[in-house]
Design a protein around this ligand. Sequence first.
Ligand SMILES: O=CC(=O)O
Length: 338
Amino acid sequence: MSPTSAKPKVLLLGSISHASTAWSALGELAELIEPTATNRAEFIQECKDGKLDGVVAIYRTIFSTSITGLVDEELVNIMPSSLKYIAHCGAGYDQIDVHACSARSPQIRVSNVPTAVDDATADVNMFLILGALRNFNTGMNALRQGKWRGHPAPPLGHDPKGKVLGILGMGGIGRNLKKKAEAFGMKVIYHNRRKLSDELSGGAEYVPFNVLLSTSDVISLNLPLNKNTRHIISKAEFAKMKDGVVVVNTARGAVMDEAALVESLDSGKVFSAGLDVFEEEPTIHPGLLSNQNVMLVPHMGTWTSETILAMEEWAIENISMALQVGKLKSPVPEQADL
Ligand SMILES: O=CC(=O)O
């Protein structure tokens, strides 16, 4: 057997745009391969034909669903039995059925990229809060149409200073956002599955979910998407919010019922919204597109050279550690005890 073929195989699903040095270095440990498939049907066939046999680890990006579709139970059970690790290059790993990965024999261990995304995502979060509070979108659109601020001019916006920001989901991004929002004079309250230590929460007040809904001037969604959080904000929750609330989402579109948001914007219950994520990306609800008041960003939370480099290097490190010591650097929480 040649030295090359003796190496474990690592399959790249998606692309490495910045960490080419780290990726090449991984080539010392593994044979780096790519699929020939360009869609899910072809990928499944490639697996069934045994063409990916021997693959021990997969590096994947959020965009690789265009090749494989979701990493759901069907795919998990078709992928080669040699597969032990999936390193996802992103914080949110809702595209992967972790339960199916744990249930498969042999198991597949999954890692994500926490912390590296926090600053860039919280920056976009703050941009959306400010833009939504200030009605910037209306004025900016009018200007591009040669109408200066528009006729009539947009209604006056609101200052962040003194407003209550309710953060739903106080993980890395939520905690980072808290610090940024406080610099703008906002008072931060939060709700989370578990109350954090004072050190972690930085003194933000922990409140029950309903209290967050009914007392926040701005509500920020910073929680992962899973079966418990899908549509956690829907009609009933909008009804509990303050009139004129601002809602911002940089987490995943489906944590909020988009149709219910559109209704609440149309009725004036919600003053404005700032969204980086959508339920059916890249399709945007027409009621959001037609509403000049809302700030819409096409999922660019981590879209910076520095952050993408850090994320790619982190995901590669997960594979490198797995190959060398049999452990992922940042396993997803559901598999922390595996
Ligand atoms: O959306 C981006 C991420 O989950 O990292």
